[in-house]
Design a protein around this ligand. Structure first.
Ligand code: GZL
Length: 394
């Protein structure tokens, strides 16, 4: 878009100079401003050696300076609906790895429907960062009005977000965060660090109530490098370190049931009889871990060998809480699409949406597992899991 405006201004200056018989020693005021440097072709971003987490970005291809583009309207008006009266939205979704993701996708498809005035281009990126970058570039080619991204991992985004910016397409980030670029309008999601701290602070109060003196924990992490994994791991570990607990191992289950089962099978062999807490960074990993512990004869849930902690609190997860399998479940609310639509409506009306919009989360357990705890000095309440609560969940 910046290039488009520049070409319009230069064209106007050329026309003005021609009409004035090339007396353009004093260019028109609007061309006097120093020409904005066209955004340099993004240099290939060599991943930094110290960056362990997989980055989304492939080495950006060395690009020729983009050819001068056709004149564009000087004013950057909010995109009008297309000929059919619909607003074109591209959504690059993480994948289909969990119940949470299914609910997130349904929420977006329900909100950005044709009946609601939208044409949704949806791409399931199947947990593949390269495919996600390709999907975003496809939306740019399509010329959509808005792009929504749920970033698989938090890094490697600045090049493609610069391309969105140059194309004048506002980007809204949903759920997970982008940590190496600020070229987007708003982020709508949950506080993953607080989720991790809440699980840790609840466990502290719970083991005190149960008279459990030692905590030897195993963690099954989410997708490596995703902000959900980073926040939940860091939050829980902060409490574990403060309380002197032992974290025996942390391995990724990639937010899938299969991954959770594989990691737990390995843990049951390597740490047989040595652990009393398992933390799964989403419900689907917990379901897999439960299968592995069943097969290994390890009992879990209130009154058993292992305290099983999970995140997401999807409907199926809360059913396992009600069944006395998952001891406590820390929600991450996937139903952010209505809030994202609010951001788009604000932009459509020429307003400026908030840069960061938090979606509230709740914490769940059975009555006997509800204890008082605080996170960063703020008292937390828990919701007792009942059939009605399960019925109402996502
Ligand atoms: C968290 C979200 C995570 C969920 C998982 O906001 O990105 O990804 O916790 C999902 O269930 O796979």
């Amino acid at each position: 878009m910046k290039r488009k405006i520049l070409s319009v201004l230069l064209t106007a200056a050329f026309v003005a100079a021609t009409i004035a018989g090339c007396g353009g020693s004093q260019p028109a005021a609007d061309t006097a401003a120093p020409a904005q440097e066209a955004a340099p072709a993004p240099a290939a971003e060599a991943p930094k050696a110290e960056e362990p987490a997989p980055a989304a970005e492939e080495a950006a291809p060395a690009e020729e300076a983009a050819p001068a583009e056709e004149a564009a309207p000087a004013e950057e008006a909010a995109p009008a609906a297309d000929a059919g009266g619909l607003i074109n939205v591209g959504f690059a979704q993480v994948g289909h790895e969990s119940d949470w993701r299914t609910a997130s996708t349904k929420s977006a498809q329900d909100v950005f429907s044709e009946a609601n005035g939208y044409n949704l281009s949806f791409v399931d990126c199947d947990n593949d960062s390269a495919a996600q970058l390709e999907a975003v570039r496809g939306f740019i080619e399509q010329g959509v009005d808005y792009i929504i991204i749920d970033p698989i991992v938090s890094t490697g985004w600045d090049t493609v977000l610069t391309e969105c910016d140059d194309a004048g397409i506002p980007v809204i980030v949903i759920d997970r965060t982008i940590d190496d670029s600020d070229k987007y309008v708003s982020w709508v999601g949950s506080d993953f660090l607080t989720e991790g701290k809440a699980a840790g602070e609840w466990l502290k109060s719970y083991v005190e109530k149960q008279g459990i003196k030692e905590v030897n924990a195993l963690i099954i992490q989410g997708t490596t490098g995703s902000s959900a994994q980073i926040g939940r791991t860091d939050g829980f570990k902060e409490i574990a370190d403060r309380e002197g607990w032992t974290i025996l191992d942390m391995q990724t289950g990639d937010f899938t049931e299969e991954g959770g089962q594989q990691v737990m099978e390995s843990y049951c062999k390597s740490y047989a009889g040595k652990f009393n807490v398992v933390v799964c960074e989403n419900d689907n990993e917990a379901f897999g871990a439960m299968t592995a512990m069943d097969n290994a004869g390890v009992t879990y849930g209130p009154g058993n060998d292992v305290i099983l902690i999970s995140y997401d609190a999807c409907t199926a997860g809360l059913k396992e809480v009600k069944a006395g399998k998952i001891t406590a479940d820390f929600e991450c609310n996937p139903l952010a699409a209505p809030t994202v639509e609010g951001v788009i409506k604000t932009l459509q009306s020429g307003g400026t949406p908030e840069a960061k919009i938090l979606v509230p989360d709740n914490w769940y357990a059975l009555k006997d597992q509800i204890v008082d705890f605080s996170v960063d000095g703020k008292a937390m309440s828990m919701i007792e899991v009942t059939d009605e609560v399960i019925e109402a969940q996502y």
